[in-house]
Design a protein around this ligand. Structure first.
Ligand code: MG
Length: 245
């Protein structure tokens, strides 16, 4: 992984500090690294990363008539089913009109560091893409004002059907709703250094591929458990500080 990282590159330099954000695992954090952000592709998860909580789980908690969705979530976390199967079956449990569901989704707050981080990264020349393997429809409401490219699932509200325009059935696992590895591979083929910022199970495969990983919550725990080097963060202001100072 470190072979793709650059040191001492002029232009914009982002110093990734070997932070001490309660990184208590047996795997040491990556060494301090300098990135040329003008040559970097940043991939941001949405649920629990851009937002302060998982919007999909919030919708399920608020609208599903029973708790079967939680067992699906646990099966997914244990690796017994893929994300596509998980959220397809969970979506069938979501009840409400489009207007109601958009209103409920909007109850979850956006991390206040999101907009400054995106502006800062773009000003430094980085490509920023949102990759979200959730119900998808609410991601655009947040990201459209910034003109951010978004790769996520889609909802046909008339048919109450969840669609997967970014699945990758040629992938070896072919079990995800959105293949988060595919755009990372594309960026690497273009010679870009890749950075993943995420928090959950849908970010694991991307974390195995990205050059630099920022992880919070369950993803940070998983990285520690499986020896995947990461920079742990709690809020996006931490990432801003690490990448932009
Ligand atoms: Mg997430």
């Amino acid at each position: 992984m470190s072979g793709r990282l650059r040191s001492g590159v002029p232009l914009v330099r982002a110093r990734l500090r070997s932070v001490s954000w309660s990184y208590a695992g047996s795997v040491p954090p990556p060494p301090a690294t300098e990135l040329d952000l003008a040559d970097t592709a940043i991939f941001l998860d949405f649920d629990g990363t851009i937002t302060t909580a998982d919007v999909g789980m919030h919708l399920l908690e608020r609208t599903a008539p029973h708790d079967d969705w939680w067992e699906l979530h646990e099966q997914y976390e244990r690796g017994e089913i893929g994300s596509r199967e998980c959220i397809f079956d969970q979506w069938a449990l979501v009840e409400g009109s489009e207007a109601d569901l958009r209103r409920i989704a909007a109850e979850v707050e956006v991390d206040p560091g999101f907009v400054p981080l995106v502006h800062g990264l773009r000003a430094a020349g980085a490509e920023v893409t949102v990759v979200s393997d959730g119900f998808g429809f609410y991601v655009h409401d947040v990201c459209a004002p910034l003109g951010l490219p978004v790769l996520t699932n889609a909802v046909d509200f008339e048919r109450h059907e969840l669609l997967f325009p970014h699945e990758d059935r040629c992938c070896a696992c072919s079990s995800c709703g959105v293949c988060k590895q595919a755009p990372i591979r594309d960026a690497r083929h273009q010679g870009r250094t890749t950075v993943l910022i995420g928090d959950g199970a849908s970010d694991r495969k991307a974390a195995l591929l990205a050059d630099v990983v920022f992880a919070k919550g369950p993803l940070a725990y998983w990285c520690r458990q499986y020896g995947v080097a990461c920079h742990r963060f709690d809020v996006l202001a931490d990432v801003h500080e690490a990448l932009l100072g």
